[in-house]
Ligand binder design. Structure first.
Ligand SMILES: *Cc1c(COP(=O)(O)O)cnc(C)c1O
Length: 377
């Protein structure tokens, strides 16, 4: 495969396959049979918010979802015109700027909604909102059983345009958990009631990636997908089906190779000491890049797995090259992704770090250049 342009300039970087993101969105849309809201919060799960949103749009995404209004504003500033929903809290001070930029907001608290209303009324603007329900997550939202009155009130205010209703699953990535069906049932009861009163908005969306794949009854009018569009598995129990491809690779370079004598310490606090003369490489990546400060990590050099010696430093780490005689200074090192016939998945790294792939993706540092490819072909 041709190497992405520009990587020769960097000593540590991310390669992002935008063609993979586009195809993953398309694939998920086909599986769901519903429009997809591409969730691009947290800098597109570390992949880059603007580029991810563009790739998602190319894959047919109908909406973009973000957590905070600043994220929506970054998309608008980049020229994206796709509908955007801020799924979290928006301070009342930010309501008018959001309206100006056609950004839809989430409401779930009647007192906050009244503040929005006052701002809107004073400036004769209409705020587009989606109403959030807590059908079982124990986080944001009204309980469905007490939600109809709030929706009724919202729909009576000319300052609000109620575009949608949504909720979020707590355990969709555990396909055997029965709570997901219970959450869907609670939403269905609310929707029945709203339907009877002619108050059901056009867009009801409840499913995240795992919900979309494993709970078809929860697809409603649109699905909100994050992790799957990046080609990452929602969980071990809820893997992606065929046809998805991970978009992100984390790479760095070998910047030094030397033979250390026996009984030589390696790195801070000498958490590794050679027992015999050993060929040791320095890799130009560290915990300030988001690569966790721990021992024993694995990387690919010349298509072979090598192990981190001692602890990871801020900007560098050391690996043993004892079994990689052909490694040279300047060689590419793969920390996440494929090299030769081997591959280190983000899920493998997450397991090693005792966390989930979501946290690995979103911990990739700002200073890592993101090199994009795959959307033009
Ligand atoms: C982050 C988020 C999603 C996306 O979840 P994935 O598991 O990444 O698909 C969907 N909805 C809400 C409300 C979220 O916060």
């Amino acid at each position: 495969m041709k190497k992405p342009d520009g990587i020769e300039n960097f000593s540590a970087w991310l390669e992002i396959d935008l063609g993979a993101i586009r195809n993953n969105v398309k694939r998920l849309g086909e599986i769901a049979g519903k429009p997809v809201m591409a969730v691009v919060k947290a800098n597109g799960y570390g992949h880059g918010i603007v580029e991810t949103a563009r790739a998602a749009e190319a894959g047919g995404a109908a909406w973009c979802g973000v957590a905070r209004v600043e994220e929506a504003q970054i998309l608008r500033a980049a020229g994206l015109q796709i509908p955007i929903l801020v799924m979290g809290y928006t301070p009342p001070e930010q309501v008018l700027p959001a309206v100006e930029e056609k950004i839809s907001l989430t409401v779930y608290d009647p007192a906050v909604a009244k503040q929005y209303l006052q701002t809107a009324a004073a400036s004769r603007k209409r705020v587009a909102v989606h109403v959030k329900f807590d059908s079982g997550m124990g986080r944001l939202g009204l309980f469905p059983e007490e939600g109809a009155a709030f929706v009724r009130w919202l729909r009576q205010q000319p300052e609000f345009e109620v575009e949608g209703i949504f909720s979020h699953f707590a355990r969709a990535d555990e396909p055997l958990a029965e709570t997901t069906a219970w959450q869907i049932e609670r939403m269905n009861r609310l929707l029945d009631q709203l339907e009877k009163e002619g108050l059901r908005p056009a867009l009801v969306h409840v499913s995240n990636s795992a919900g979309t794949l494993y709970h078809p009854a929860g697809r409603f009018d649109m699905v909100r997908a994050g992790i799957a569009i990046y080609g990452l598995h929602p969980s071990d129990e809820a893997p992606l089906p065929d046809g998805f491809k991970p978009a992100l690779s984390l790479k760095a370079r070998l910047v030094s190779i030397k033979e250390l004598p026996a009984q030589h310490g390696v790195g801070y606090n000498y958490r590794y000491v050679t027992s015999a003369p050993e060929r040791v490489g320095v890799v130009s990546i560290g915990y300030a890049d988001g690569y966790r400060r721990k021992k024993g990590g694995q990387m690919l050099v010349c298509g072979q797995r090598v192990t981190v010696l001692g602890t990871v430093c801020m900007d560098q780490c050391m690996v043993t090259l004892q079994d990689v005689p052909n490694a040279r200074v300047g060689d590419e090192v793969v920390l996440i992704g494929a090299q030769g016939s081997d591959c280190i998945t983000m899920e493998e790294v997450a397991q090693d770090w005792g966390t989930v792939n979501y946290e690995v993706a979103t911990s990739m540092a700002h200073r890592l250049p993101r090199v994009y490819f795959g959307l033009q072909d």
